[in-house]
Design a protein around this ligand. Structure first.
Ligand code: DAH
Length: 337
């Protein structure tokens, strides 16, 4: 019996060594392991053995079964390895790999990064504030009158608990001043929210970058020089700026500032609506009321602040004519930046 089992193993080995494909492998399997195969035949011979012979033979038979099954798995493994390099198997290992899309920065992020970089080089530190704000930080501390239209529920998103989605990055000024001693030089980029009806130039969420500079003897000339440097860094040395009188509750005097049109260099074109100027944002000298609200002595400290729309700059720089394109996550659009 033992000899027969040994012979069986070597003939399985021999047969498997000549197998070339699954079909042949299956034939060998039937020959040895099938219902009428050699292994079942030997198994039934166990019955003819004496009870003394049986335990040893049973053990040998089990070992043989294990050996044969591992021989078959080995042969199967070899066949599938062969298949891997076989061009008829459906996998062509010589084909070039599929290109992975790496992705890129969103144009809004790029502008935020670029503005932050320019201001950092002028000595500003990048600060941050929450998108959910208190009415106090977003309006009261910024000297906004109780009846100011921007406080209206039609303009601002309020939560039931009285807090709101900040309508501007200006409340970061309050947070920074409340928690730090002057001098201060920060910029704070971030997302803001207003109840606007979306169109080509309005979106319910948008981004601003806020600036705040507090020191002794700060003047409007300091603000202007920072804005000129910023304009030159962002759009090149030919850009001019102009300040126009305006009103903001938290600055006095307040200005709006424009850059000369980067498309037509001030001559007038459809981008600047023939004015030669592009409106960028608001700014001004920090109102003494605001300084007092955060506990700074306006007799000692003075400063300027500014805030600008990131989307506005992105749209000018990348010549995007509809703000909604920036929020649709259309890869075909985003790929261009
Ligand atoms: N927060 C103003 C807005 O959203 C922009 C602004 C104007 C910010 C004047 C300032 C500033 O810091 O001084 O319209």
């Amino acid at each position: 019996m033992l000899q027969k089992l040994e012979k069986l193993i070597s003939s399985v080995e021999l047969k498997l060594s000549t197998v070339n494909d699954n079909k042949e492998l299956e034939e060998v399997r039937i020959e040895f392991l099938g219902r009428k195969g050699q292994l079942p035949a030997l198994t039934s011979e166990m019955r003819d053995l004496t009870s003394e012979e049986r335990p040893a033979a049973g053990k040998a038979l089990n070992q043989t079964k294990q050996k044969i099954s591992s021989l078959f798995s080995e042969a199967e493994g070899k066949l599938s390895d062969l298949k891997g390099s076989d061009s008829t198997s459906g996998i062509d290992v010589t084909l070039p790999g599929r290109k992975q899309n790496l992705g890129s920065k969103h144009p809004i992020t790029k502008i935020i990064d670029e503005c932050s970089r320019v201001f950092r080089r002028m000595g500003f530190v990048v600060a941050d504030g929450p998108e959910i704000e208190t009415v106090y930080n977003n309006f009261d501390a910024l000297n906004t009158p109780k009846d100011h239209p921007s406080r209206d529920e039609l303009d601002t998103f309020y939560f039931d608990d009285g807090r709101l989605l900040r309508t501007q990055t200006s409340p970061v000024q309050i947070r920074i001043m409340e928690n730090n001693e002057p001098p201060i030089r920060i910029v704070a980029p971030g997302r803001c929210f207003r109840r606007d009806t979306p169109d080509a130039t309005h979106s319910m969420n948008f981004h601003q970058i806020e600036g705040l500079y507090i020191d002794k003897d700060v003047s409007l000339a300091d603000l202007k020089s920072v804005l000129i440097t910023f304009a030159h860094e962002l759009f090149g040395p030919d850009v001019k700026i102009r300040l126009r009188p305006h009103f903001f509750p938290f600055t006095e005097p307040s200005v709006e500032y424009d850059f000369s049109c980067i498309m037509c260099k001030g001559k007038g074109c459809n981008v600047c609506k023939n004015s030669g100027w592009l409106e960028i944002a608001g700014a001004g000298m920090v109102d003494p009321e605001v300084l007092q609200n955060v506990g700074y002595d306006p007799e000692i400290w003075s400063g300027f602040a500014f805030g600008m729309g990131i989307e506005r700059i992105a749209m000018i720089k990348y010549r995007v004519n509809d703000i909604r394109l920036l929020y649709e996550n259309d890869i075909r659009f985003l790929k261009q930046f």
